[in-house]
Design a protein around this ligand. Structure first.
Ligand SMILES: [Ca+2]
Ligand SMILES: [Ca+2]
Ligand SMILES: [Ca+2]
Ligand SMILES: [Ca+2]
Length: 484
């Protein structure tokens, strides 16, 4: 009914316009001018009646050019076959991808249903109701509902477009992206690994740990109990060479034992200043804070490989330990220990009961014959595991066990002192290192450079003439000599 009223109104306006200029029934005359409303055949109302009849004086009505009135074209949008009948503009079909969604036939198919999200594919198909979860905007593409992007917090992880972006990206299995896993093991020292804001993270650091690198994904990587750059809390830096022990900065101490007594319970490198305010500078040492009561200061470390690690030109390889155990900052305890990575394979300690010199450590003999027999080792160290530690002097010459053990510093821990057998631990250079040996190879059957550090938990290492060294005795890891 509305469109009829509208067209009637348009027709009236158009007819009035036409009639003034050209309508023969209403010639221009003094009589008609000023009284057209009442003149016969001259009224606009009469023109409207004519158009309904399909014929106007100056145009043929019910054509596409003059539909309902002269010069009123019938041009419905996006239609196949426009038509005008009984003064009304109409059409038969919409063109493809267009729809008459306003129920107004006269304007044809005004709506592009291939891309209108309110009329997608067909009128009144509102893509907002298409069931897309968590999308930033529903859109219409080629007549089908779709969406432009997922909301930042969600993803289409099931590859099912129809439900949109069903997956929260705050999920340990889809963290920040579909299929992006958060490995809880990579988030260190936290109460609970989480995915928050699309990032792997955590809720809280466990006690004494801090997220000091501001990398959330690796959690709380820093132990603030012993980190001088983050002591007690992130970015609390200790002064100079001060230590961080138990989360507190404390001044440099003389030895690992002092550190241990001040609360350092973790093995690793520490800085010590062995003469305190004296002229020696502080230096870094390895402290074993775990084995045999802790507080041990390393004086020698040998990382034994299959190659030669103690060539005879380092005949003084144990000098630093002789110095260390005789120093004022240390006591008289020594420890021998074997380590594989952070695991201790063997560690035993005991007291030194006499002054050490480079040439005479545990032997009671002179420069030669230091391994001749057990009676030469009245100063041998009884270790905490009841094994017996004997060490020949730096310049010991031949005449040792088997005629060759006694060259240079040679260290052995035995179940009982005996002729080159019953060794749990033995450390020596591959070649003899005594001044008189000219770096000649030791004459043990089966010995190679991998045997510089040997270990047998059951005390089977033997260089006795009828027992060849086997590969099993090679300890291809770390030997340390430590003092306390
Ligand atoms: Ca329409
Ligand atoms: Ca989906
Ligand atoms: Ca971190
Ligand atoms: Ca070696």
């Amino acid at each position: 009914m509305m469109r009829r009223i509208l067209f009637a109104s348009l027709g009236l306006v158009a007819a009035a316009s036409c009639s003034v200029a050209n309508t023969p029934d209403a010639p221009i005359s003094p009589q008609s001018t000023g009284s057209g409303e009442t003149g016969p055949g001259g009224s606009s109302g009469a023109g409207g009646a004519d158009s309904q009849g399909g014929q106007s004086g100056e145009c043929e009505l019910n054509t596409l050019e003059h539909c309902g009135a002269c010069d009123v074209p019938c041009e419905p949008e996006n239609t196949q076959t426009p038509s005008c009948a009984a003064g009304e503009c109409d059409y038969d079909m919409c063109q493809a991808n267009f729809g008459d969604c306003d129920s107004e036939r006269s304007n044809g198919c005004e709506t592009a249903i291939d891309n209108d999200p309110l009329h997608c594919g067909q009128c009144d198909n509102d893509c907002a109701n298409a069931g897309f979860e968590n999308v930033s905007m529903a859109i219409c593409t080629e007549g089908a509902c779709d969406y432009d992007n997922c909301a930042a917090t969600h993803g289409d992880c099931d590859n099912d477009q129809t439900n949109g972006c069903e997956q929260s990206l705050d999920d340990m299995n889809h963290c920040g992206g579909c299929g992006t896993l958060c490995d809880p093991m990579a988030v260190l020292n936290v109460d609970n690994a989480t995915c928050t804001g699309g990032q792997c993270g955590y809720d809280m650091c466990t006690m004494a740990f801090g997220d000091c690198d501001n990398v959330i994904a690796n959690g709380c990587e820093t132990d603030t109990t012993n980190d001088t750059a983050h002591c007690g809390s992130c970015n609390n830096t200790c002064n100079g060479n001060d230590f961080c022990i138990g989360g507190n900065c404390i001044g440099v101490l003389k030895s690992c034992k002092e550190l241990f007594d001040n609360g350092a319970k973790t093995s690793g490198p520490y800085t010590v200043d062995v003469d305190g305010a004296g002229p020696l500078k502080a230096k870094q040492v390895y402290c074993d804070m775990v084995n045999q009561g802790g507080g041990w200061t390393e004086c020698v470390k040998v990382v034994n490989t299959a190659g030669e690690d103690l060539p005879c030109n380092v005949a003084g390889w144990l000098d630093s330990c002789v110095n260390a155990t005789m120093a004022t900052w240390s006591g008289n305890e020594v420890m021998v220990a074997l380590y594989t990575a952070n695991t201790t394979t063997y560690a035993a300690f005991g007291p030194r009961n006499n002054p050490w010199t480079y040439d005479n450590l545990t032997s009671t003999n002179g420069g030669s014959s230091q391994y001749d027999r057990s009676s030469h080792h009245m100063n041998a160290i009884i270790l905490s595991d009841n094994r017996i530690l004997t060490i020949s002097g730096k310049n010991a010459t031949n005449d040792g066990w088997g005629g060759s053990w006694g060259n240079g510093y040679v260290l052995a821990a035995q179940t009982q002192p005996s002729y080159a057998s019953n060794n749990v631990l033995a450390v020596m250079s591959f070649n003899s290192s005594s001044p008189s040996s000219n770096c000649g190879a030791r004459a043990f059957a089966g010995m190679d450079a991998g045997h510089e550090v040997m270990y047998s938990s059951t005390g089977k290492v033997s260089t006795h003439s009828n027992a060849a060294l086997t590969n099993a005795y090679k300890y291809l890891n770390t030997f340390r000599f430590l003092v306390r």
